[in-house]
Ligand binder design. Structure first.
Ligand code: BGC
Length: 378
């Protein structure tokens, strides 16, 4: 009898030791296969969750956030991130960069050229005459190494010296955490062995009514910026830091996206809507609120905080109904918006902008937090 009890107790202890680790108030991460790339690399889907029902799906291909399930005021949980159900969706073009980590340099570098330390570098050009989002095969098209821990996932990608034309071997790490405050926290860090430039961001398209549930024109936006960087016809900053005062770009007071997205203003026409970098007020002072967006019907709110000096506000102007996303939803123009925290586009050619250069021995560090909350809507 005693022996049987001892065996049972031993068995229990073994079972407990094997059970997934659960801290009080937290959930364990989950992992499943998400298929293979054309070259046979395995891609995994990780799900990070908190105890309040928030869940983020992240794949090792492109460190892409494939889903963001967040609670609303009525007790429902809705996926607010655009994306695809399968790896093929992410691999096949045209590439909208849904949910991806964009690098080595997010947004555009004019003519795919810049000089650093007296050397001119020529990048892969993939957007007319310009380089966009890291080139032909940017960080969004690479398989990252994953290290999960609790409610976090750390992803690492080593970009070789000369990849897409960029100098220096860059080791980039992105840590995603789903916190108990219903936040997706993104911590970026990078090291290089030769001076380089970098601009890492996350390209999630949000729709706070739920992905695929219509356009985002009714979403109410506030952006903490007195100035933005106007662009030329190729969407390259002209170098001016223009006041938002009396323009369609003034989001210092909450206003619906749809109010002025088609305003008869040159900059709106050039961007086909909002596709502009905002110069965040008070940048350089640590993590600060960059923008707040509310969807009035669900009462769901997204607050974006960052340590970065800028944010690209993009209203899905180039979505045109050709992409079929999760659950068969068709993504029409303006079905999602992005708030890409970043250094300014084309900074490597604009010494007057905050520097995007990184020297060997220095560690690049940056944090962005997407915080979700919900108040009862109308
Ligand atoms: C850019 C847009 C581009 C979109 C998708 C945004 O970051 O500013 O011009 O179309 O990404 O590539």
């Amino acid at each position: 009898m005693f022996q049987k009890l001892a065996v049972a107790a031993g068995l229990m202890a073994a079972l407990i030791a094997c059970a997934p680790k659960k801290e009080t108030g937290s959930q364990e991460w989950k992992k499943q296969s998400f298929g293979k790339t054309a070259s046979g690399e395995e891609v995994e889907l990780y799900t990070l969750a908190n105890s309040r029902g928030m869940e983020a799906g992240v794949i090792t291909y492109g460190a892409i956030v494939t889903s963001l399930k967040v609670p609303d005021a009525k007790g429902g949980i809705v996926d607010v991130a655009l994306g695809f159900d399968t790896l093929e969706g992410y691999i096949l073009g045209p590439d909208p960069y849904f949910g991806a980590i964009v690098g080595r340099y997010g947004n555009r570098i004019a003519k795919g050229r810049f000089s650093l330390g007296g050397v001119e570098y020529k990048l892969a050009v993939n957007n007319g005459a310009n380089a966009l989002h890291g080139g032909l095969r940017g960080f969004d098209k690479q398989v990252w190494k994953a290290k999960p821990a609790g409610q976090s996932l750390e992803l690492t990608y080593v970009s070789k010296d000369g990849e897409e034309g960029y100098p220096g071997t860059l080791t980039a790490t992105v840590a995603y955490t789903v916190t108990e405050q219903n936040e997706l926290r993104i911590e970026y860090s990078a090291l290089t062995d030769k001076e380089t430039v970098l601009n890492l961001t996350n390209h999630t398209y949000f729709n706070l009514a739920g992905q695929g549930e219509g356009d985002i024109l009714g979403h109410i936006v506030t952006i903490n910026a007195d100035r933005f960087t106007p662009v030329d016809a190729g969407l390259i900053p002209t170098g001016e830091l223009r006041s938002v005062e009396r323009t369609a770009f003034d989001f210092r007071q909450p206003i619906a996206i749809g109010e002025r997205v088609n305003a008869a203003e040159e900059q709106i026409k050039l961007g086909k809507g909002y596709d502009h970098n905002y110069v965040l007020n008070g940048a350089g002072g640590g993590l600060a609120v960059a923008a707040t967006v509310t969807e009035p019907k669900s009462g769901r709110t997204l607050q974006v905080s960052t340590t970065e000096p800028g944010v690209q506000f993009y209203t899905g102007n180039f979505l045109d109904g050709t992409l079929k996303g999760k659950g068969g939803k068709v993504y029409q123009q303006r079905y999602g918006f992005c708030l890409e925290t970043q250094h300014f586009p084309d900074s490597p050619n604009r010494p007057e902008f905050p520097s995007a250069a990184l020297k060997p021995g220095a560690r690049f560090q940056s944090t962005t937090v997407f915080k979700f909350s919900a108040t009862p809507g109308s």
